[in-house]
Design a protein around this ligand. Structure first.
Ligand code: SAM
Length: 391
């Protein structure tokens, strides 16, 4: 069976603080009824639209579709809602499920319990119909479900993405960075980069900003290098998936209007960045230099400079950290009429930039509240001395 029955209520989730960037993305892609909420954006889309959302959204971490919504004032009422849904349309009995439950302001106090009720309802329905029941697989389910109970209302969603959408497939799994691909993409969008000006990251580490920036500027779909949960579902037309993938492959520019350049003093970081760019298919569009930033003088004008300088790592590194921020402060002033965006989790270090931000966006990366700060460097040429600008 394969059909696409009109528009479905959908939700794209993102890191707290990036909702505006994701809203812009969904609007640009032409989705209907785009509405911003906390931690995500709701919209409406056909199955084709949801396939495309998974392939194209850069800032989202997952895309879910509403399967059913109804009262959950008691176990019985919720069971009734869950058991009445046509599960056999969305999965085969030989496939596996998982339930991730969230409960807010509800009499149902235990999310694990609510999840179990949903699993039981699905299994009972299959047992009644075909005498067998699907199994649970928490790690790699065919049908990942989200259950949300808010006060007396439950909504049940299926997760089209499977693994988080920030995993594009270009970064080696073992590289851990607080700046994941979806966050980097969202921050670039917030920065206002026009994709035509040079993009520089003088402390590029594994190159997340620049690789994401190159993919965005070159119109490459971030999801082309990976698979998704929806590819295993019986009601999604394989032809729709193939067409969307082929259309995405056919797009993508081979050249960019301006250079995308990165530097880092750590040879291991530069090696990772080059590997990542290769895997992402943008090695020809980004170039990395192993150098300390005070030695780095890229020949560009009016760039967008982005950076995630070190902060808050290990005790005893305070002095080093401060020096990095002061180096960055001197370095950015070499570029008149540029825009500088910096991710910081430490206001004490940020003040060493000696610049006044014209925009500040709060952002939650895991449990840490950070700020994405934007500065404008004016057109006065840098005279080689430290600035006296107020922090
Ligand atoms: C938090 S990491 C950046 C992570 C990066 N955004 C990523 O995607 O992996 C900070 C980086 O700044 C680099 N760094 C610090 N001081 C530097 C300096 N003076 N010159 C060049 N790189 C520097 C470090 O080597 C480190 O890789």
């Amino acid at each position: 069976m394969a059909h696409d029955d009109g528009l479905h209520e959908a939700h794209a989730a993102c890191t707290l603080g990036l909702e505006a960037a994701l809203t812009e993305e969904l609007t640009e892609l032409g989705y209907a009824d785009v509405r911003t909420s906390r931690g995500g954006v709701t919209f409406r889309a056909s199955h084709r639209g949801l396939v495309e959302a998974c392939l194209w959204l850069r800032t989202a971490t997952r895309v879910t579709e509403l399967l059913g919504r109804g009262p959950a004032f008691s176990r019985e009422s919720f069971l009734e809602l869950a058991a009445a849904l046509p599960w056999e349309k969305w999965m085969r009995v030989t496939q596996t499920i998982s339930v991730d439950a969230t409960i807010r302001d509800s009499k149902v106090s235990h999310s694990g319990f609510a999840g179990l009720v949903l699993k039981d309802a699905i299994c009972d329905r299959f047992r009644r119909q075909v005498g067998e029941r699907p199994s649970v697989n928490a790690d790699n389910p065919d049908l990942p479900l989200k259950l949300l109970i808010v006060r007396d209302e439950a909504s049940i969603w299926r997760d089209w993405s499977g693994e988080s959408l920030h995993k594009r497939g270009w970064r080696p799994v073992l590289v851990k960075s607080p700046l994941n691909e979806a966050i980097a993409a969202g921050l670039l969008r917030l920065s206002g980069w026009d994709k035509k000006s040079p993009l520089l990251d003088p402390m590029c580490g594994s190159g997340t900003f620049l690789i994401e920036g190159a993919m965005w500027a070159a119109d490459r779909a971030p999801g082309l290098g990976r698979s998704f949960a929806f590819e295993r579902w019986p009601d999604i037309d394989q032809k729709v998936i193939a067409t969307a993938r082929a259309a995405a492959k056919a797009r993508g520019k081979a050249t960019l209007p301006a250079p995308i350049l990165g530097a880092d003093r750590h040879p291991g970081a530069i090696a990772l960045a080059r590997k990542g760019a290769e895997a992402a298919g943008v090695a020809d569009l980004v170039s990395f230099t192993e150098t300390s930033l005070d030695q780095w003088a890229p020949d560009v004008t009016k760039p967008m400079i982005v950076a995630n300088p070190p902060w808050g790592e290990r005790l005893g590194e305070g002095e080093d950290l401060m020096v990095s921020w002061m180096d960055l402060s001197r370095w950015v002033r070499r570029f008149p009429d540029s825009t500088v965006c910096v991710l910081s989790g430490d206001a004490g270090l940020t003040k060493h930039l000696g610049l006044r931000a014209d925009r500040k966006w709060p952002l939650m990366t895991g449990p840490i509240e950070c700020r994405w700060l934007r500065y404008r460097i004016d057109s006065r040429p840098y005279m080689g001395t430290d600035t006296k600008d107020t922090p």
